[in-house]
Ligand binder design. Sequence first.
Ligand code: K1U
Ligand code: ZN
Length: 172
Amino acid sequence: MTVRPILTAPDPRLQAISMDVETVDAEIRTLVEDMAQSMYAAEGIGLAAVQIGVAKRVIVIDLDQKEGKKNPRAFINPKIVWASDEMAVFEEGCLSVPEIWDDVERPARIRCEYLDGDGKKQTLEADGLLAICLQHEMDHLNGVLFIDHLSRLKKNMAVKKLAKAKKLQAVG
Ligand code: K1U
Ligand code: ZN
């Protein structure tokens, strides 16, 4: 298992449209394990494969990480098949958009279909943080970041802050 570096905006690879997984084989299982390790190392609650530079429709989420008790869930080729009219606002962050948090409005409940880590078809109805996190990660699979949901002014401010941080990082 390998902890892989997480891409940060404005890296153009984050805008890629990820490809469907054909077969859940050993390569995909290794990818899922690497993603889980990378997510834990970065102290995140979710990760999309594209964030480590692999444009495949694979997501890992673990919402209840307690000491020594890790339970990563894999969502492969996830699709939202229903979303509630009711909306929810949640302050989101992103490992690819460091140090920026802002409110995003999304459907409060969703039903999605996906393949699990064993390649079995599953259906899940989610609400609360799981629904938010799934939608945030599925956006990544379509090259969308949470700052793309903000007003143009807020997004511009976020992009400037990210560019400045990258410049400072490069100088050392
Ligand atoms: O996609 C990502 O970069 C993961 C992102 C998921 C997410 C967080 C909040 C709302 C929607 C989606 C993160 O994990 S950011 C870090 C984070 O949320 C967190 C870190 C430590 C403790 C609790 C939360
Ligand atoms: Zn993210």
